[in-house]
Ligand binder design. Structure first.
Ligand SMILES: C[S@@+](CC[C@H](N)C(=O)[O-])C[C@H]1O[C@@H](n2cnc3c(N)ncnc32)[C@H](O)[C@@H]1O
Length: 252
């Protein structure tokens, strides 16, 4: 026999759902409003963004994944700019994985961080161009743009003895590519005891989404934003100590 939910409970959960949808709609609108297009087309195509009261111009190129700006990057930048009280990037060591066209690295630099912006070799030219053009004479620290292919090379490029990051930033790095394990290991290697990961995840297909479940086995995870209208969630994560992780694996 079907049990009937009490009416008050049903109405309660409906009100919560409606409130969640309203937050999503308002936040997604505010995030998307950061983007503008040039009113006159010049010789070079670019898209404009406003963060930290500054205009940022991003040059895209359509032939590579990393040469297009993805909405997750805007979500992460919006969070960083509007949560400076909780996550003050001034003087912090920050690394971005899969930086693409560079918006997250640029905004983090404008917010005062010492930024290392990384991606595949093919993407670096455009990334370097965007980062330099938008940070020159505007930032406390000159950002470093450098190659990082996820996987074992991270240990040579960023030895723990000399590199310690306060934040690892990543936007839309999980999708149907064959390097998801390497990406997981890269997060794991770079994330030291006091490091925080801020990661904006665009949900597409189930196999990639299972990455989040595996990620939760290695890290403590807080959900900061849930934006169903954009299919994006923003997570904050930090290391589980080894003992907790071993216990979790034994129980799984
Ligand atoms: C969907 S794009 C996102 C770009 C940017 N973060 C954004 O949100 O606009 C994914 C990025 O991951 C980078 N990437 C993919 N596979 C990689 C790998 N094995 N090692 C390092 N970077 C990789 C791509 O070059 C690309 O810049």
């Amino acid at each position: 026999m079907e049990t009937q939910q009490p009416r008050v409970m049903k109405e309660d959960s409906k009100t919560k759902e409606e409130a969640g949808a309203a937050v999503d709609e308002e936040l997604a609108k505010a995030i998307m409003a950061r983007c503008f297009h040039p009113s006159i087309m010049g010789p070079e195509a670019w898209e404009g963004y406003v963060f930290s009261d500054l205009e940022i111009r991003i040059k895209e190129s359509t032939d590579l994944y990393g040469a297009v700006l993805w909405p997750s990057a805007m979500v992460l930048c919006h969070f960083l700019e509007t949560n400076r009280d909780k996550h003050n990037l001034t003087d912090k060591n920050v690394i971005e994985l899969g930086a693409g066209t560079g918006l997250v690295s640029i905004v983090s630099s404008l917010l005062g961080a010492k930024v290392t912006s990384t991606d595949l070799p093919d993407v670096l030219g455009n990334l370097q161009y965007n980062v330099m053009r938008n940070t020159r004479d505007r930032c406390k620290y000159i950002p470093l743009v450098t190659e990082l292919i996820w996987g074992p090379e991270v240990e040579q490029r960023f030895p723990r003895a000399t590199h310690c990051f306060d934040y690892i930033l990543a936007a839309d790095v999980v999708y149907s590519h064959p390097y998801l394990e390497e990406l997981m290991d890269t997060f794991d290697y770079l994330c030291q005891e006091n490091t925080q990961i801020l990661w904006a995840m665009r949900f597409r297909l189930d196999p990639e989404n299972s990455f989040v479940d595996r990620f939760r086995q290695r890290f403590h995870v807080d959900e900061l934003y849930d934006l169903p209208s954009l299919s994006i969630k923003l997570y904050r994560a930090w290391r589980k100590d080894k003992r907790t992780r071993d216990q979790g694996q034994a129980a799984a």
